[in-house]
Design a protein around this ligand. Structure first.
Ligand code: KG4
Ligand code: ZN
Length: 331
């Protein structure tokens, strides 16, 4: 079957076509306008989605060499995310599907991030542990089947992506902060600054990144806000390494706790090269997957792909299109 996926939960306007488990097209229009404001402005994000959706979807259809009549269903992210952005995507998708007389499915954005791994690795087998690290979430999930998830632990405060974004802002780097901080860290000595790593002594699967951010603020203040480019690289590399270390330490603890030796990483932070390299080392004795960077950050391919999986389940199809900004994976 052929499914059009639509993703507008944050600041990427994305459309994709999936047919029989294969992604035929994936178009992502990034709203660079937010860089002027140093962060995402929700009102602007929804207006930009509205402006871009039609052309993004048209392009996705063209790249897939299909016409609207070839579609069997539409899948759209209904949460979690920004209320206005989600509403724009869901209203568009609903109208689009109604016009064609085909069903429209509501998709959970977190679940879609996790399932992006199956696009890259069809051989991935249940059960597996997934570290989901994005701008809004940092969680470790045990995934036993489609729809069968157990939350093993999550962050108490900031998400890992937020830690990257806030760190980049404190260091005067650009937005989005993750890629900017990664770039600034090049050639830096990651042992230079001993940033704190929360909960390493504890068996509990939980994260905290707020102390790390405070520590960076104090470090920068201590230097009178002045740093050479080299020092900046050292600080960025040390800060990045502190995030990477705790993310993987807790995933490793979860592997040892559960005995599940297949791991995947998902979400925007999974695009980080340092994290990917370190994961190879930490999980050398496991089957560790990390999808291509384009499938880590927000995209509609993961939405179309998961939509098709649900649609093929028939009775379990999620036709709920209510928008839920704090939608969880387990209800
Ligand atoms: O999954 P995503 O695209 O959107 C959400 O669902 O939140 O994740 C966005 C987050 C942002 O905080 C961004 O700074 C971070 O992922 N990110 C990165 C990298 N690329 C994106 N963090 C670290 N290194 C990267 N290369
Ligand atoms: Zn996301």
């Amino acid at each position: 079957m052929t499914v059009l996926g639509i993703e507008t939960s944050c600041d990427e306007t994305a459309g994709s076509v999936c047919r029989d488990g294969t992604i035929l097209s994936s178009v992502i229009s990034s709203q660079d306008i937010h860089a002027h404001y140093g962060g995402i402005v929700p009102e602007i994000a929804s207006r930009e989605h509205e402006k871009r959706l039609t052309s993004v979807v048209e392009e996705a259809m063209q790249l897939a060499s299909l016409v609207k009549g070839d579609l069997d269903a539409v899948a759209v992210t209904r949460g979690p995310g920004l209320m206005g952005s989600l509403l724009t995507g869901v209203s568009f998708a609903r109208g689009f599907a109604q016009g064609l007389g085909i069903p429209c499915l509501g998709i959970n954005h977190i679940e879609a991030h996790i399932f992006a791994n199956f696009i890259a690795y069809p051989e991935l087998k249940y059960p597996f542990l997934c570290l989901l690290a994005s701008g809004g979430h940092t969680q470790i999930w045990r995934v036993s089947d489609l729809g069968d998830y157990e939350l093993l632990g999550e962050t108490r405060d900031d998400a890992a992506g937020e830690a990257f974004d806030k760190g980049a802002r404190i260091l005067g780097l650009g937005f989005p902060g993750g890629p900017a901080l990664e770039e600034a860290s090049r050639g830096g000595n990651e042992e230079e600054v001993a940033f704190p790593r929360a909960f390493l002594q504890s068996q509990a699967i939980e994260y905290s990144f707020s102390g790390l951010k405070t520590s960076l603020i104090n470090y920068v203040k201590g230097r009178g806000g002045k740093m050479t480019e080299k020092q900046l690289a050292h600080v960025a590399a040390s800060y990045q390494k502190a995030i990477v270390d705790v993310l993987l330490f807790k995933l490793r603890q979860a592997v040892d706790l559960t005995g599940v030796k297949t791991t995947v990483i998902a979400g925007g932070v999974a695009a980080n090269n340092r994290l990917r390299r370190e994961a190879e080392r930490v999980f050398a004795d496991c089957t560790a997957y990390y999808p291509p960077r384009s499938l880590c950050t927000d995209n509609a391919a993961m939405v179309a792909f998961l939509g098709e999986k649900y649609f093929l389940q028939g009775a379990r199809v999620k036709t709920d299109l209510s928008v839920v900004p704090n939608l969880s994976l387990t209800h």
